[in-house]
Design a protein around this ligand. Structure first.
Ligand code: DOR
Length: 450
């Protein structure tokens, strides 16, 4: 039996922040309101710091296996540990793509050997693997690329989509950009080398058509569905009053970058779905505040700077973000745009609930002790050279933020802090999912309740 006492923290509970000491025993939270003199093997002095749940990032592309010159599960999980991300759900567009349960198990084996934080892997849909999808258990859910992106996964035939929604039981999530619209726009703009055309090719209509199509399928089949990376205000009416069947996610780049940033940042912000306008940035943030969107994720999708330097449209879409995502939102807390409870709701609790994760996302008795200590007064500038991601760059290079994670604990075990660095010997665990609830429960403050 090992006990750790997090003494005198500002503890971020689901609905409040309280001055308290938290006692952790054998990897689980034993008492969220322990005595500050409780007996413990280790005491962590948290004076001046907030203790919050570890971030659960439900959309990352960690490139292992097959594309490990961009990233692998070791470098990616180091980036997670620095950023306060204690659990991740990884997308199937690796090489080979994870479209069978054996493919998912291969990735779990790689993660068991390399990952400092907890892991889960989606199974990817193809036009003809519905039997694999229907048989899969023990995974967070099914990923459909309704529009193609990096890699060759694509399911856009209506018949195949109907079968997937009708014949499978796991929650489904999708990349929603309409393939026909994107192809027609690309044809119209054929020959362009202007990066700004990326947002004209992958335009608002492409996002709206695909999100409408997918949410319509989910409603008709009453199938749990999560809209990945909503990028436009125009998609929001499709999401209103849609819970518990339909939940949605926004990514940091769609909150903080827009087309006016292309001249300054170039292909660093080339993403699918494309970034849109400053008005979309504002409306997407508002959609978090009013709980139309429940989850913030990164879509961490590294490519090397050499790959990114190719002229458009050869430059690939994707950017790395896991090590800065929490700090980007803590900075918003410091600026007064939202509360730290809301950030914990969007980045920890809601994703854990959307995917039925067992024991994750909250500081509550009995939950896993996946915890982050954050210093809301710490000011730091992001630099490419400091990044843990193998790609060694960030679209937020040279940006100074206030509010940073300073230590990260997985199952009560410190995997990173600023002075000691990483515990290289530690390995995270495979995440467990309980899909029996079949829905996400939401409240106007953005935090799900039973
Ligand atoms: O821009 C993107 N890049 N969007 C995605 O959905 C996939 C990702 C990648 O894997 O590179």
């Amino acid at each position: 039996m090992t006990r750790t006492l997090f003494r005198n923290a500002s503890v971020v509970l689901p609905k409040s922040v309280v001055a308290a000491s938290v006692l952790v025993q054998d990897g689980k939270i034993l008492d969220v309101d322990a005595s500050d003199t409780a007996a413990a093997d280790r005491v962590v002095d948290c004076s001046g710091l907030h203790l919050m749940p570890g971030v659960v990032d439900d959309q990352v592309h960690f490139r292992d296996p097959g594309l490990t010159h961009k990233e692998d599960l070791s470098t990616a999980s180091h980036a997670c540990a620095v950023g306060g991300v204690t659990s991740f759900l990884e997308m199937p567009n690796t090489k080979p793509p994870a479209v069978t349960i054996e493919g998912v198990r291969d990735k779990e084996r790689i993660a068991a050997g390399k990952s400092l934080v907890n892991y889960g892997f989606y199974i990817g849909a193809t036009p003809d693997n519905v039997a694999d999808l229907a048989d899969a258990t023990d995974v967070p859910g099914i990923k459909i690329f309704i529009g193609s992106s990096t890699g060759n996964l694509l399911v856009d035939q209506q018949e195949a989509l109907e079968r997937i929604f009708a014949e499978t039981r796991l929650p489904i999530c999708a990349h929603c950009e309409d393939e026909q619209t994107v192809r027609a726009n690309a044809e119209r703009l054929a020959g362009t080398t202007d990066l700004a055309d990326h947002s004209r090719i992958r335009d608002v209509q492409a996002a709206v058509i695909a999100t409408r199509r997918a949410t319509e399928l989910a409603r008709r089949h009453q199938h749990r569905f999560h809209v990945l990376h909503v990028s436009t205000a125009a998609e929001l009416p499709l999401l209103v009053d849609a819970a518990p069947y339909i939940t949605a996610e926004v990514c940091l780049h769609h909150l903080f970058f827009n087309v006016d940033d292309y001249p300054r940042l170039g292909s660093r912000i080339q993403m699918n779905p494309s970034i849109k306008t400053a008005e979309d940035n504002r409306r997407l943030f508002d959609a978090l505040l009013d709980n139309t969107i429940q989850v913030i994720a990164t879509d961490h999708a590294p490519h090397t700077l050499e790959e990114k330097a190719q002229p458009y449209p050869k430059s690939p879409s994707g950017l790395p973000a896991v090590e800065n995502s929490l700090a980007l939102m803590l900075d918003q807390v410091v600026q007064g745009r939202c509360s730290i409870n809301q950030v914990a709701g969007w980045m920890c609790d809601a994703p854990a609930r959307v995917w039925g994760m067992v024991g994750k996302g909250r500081i509550e008795n009995g939950y896993d002790a996946d915890l982050v200590l954050v210093d809301l007064s710490k000011r730091k500038t992001i630099h490419d050279a400091d990044q843990q991601t193998k790609s060694k760059w960030s679209p937020w290079d040279s940006v100074t933020l206030t509010g940073w994670p300073v230590a990260t604990y997985v199952g009560g075990h410190k995997v990173f802090d600023e002075s000691a660095g990483f515990d290289e010997s530690f390995r995270g665990q495979k995440l467990r999912f309980d899909h029996s609830r079949g829905g996400y429960w939401a409240t106007p403050d953005g935090i799900g309740v039973e």
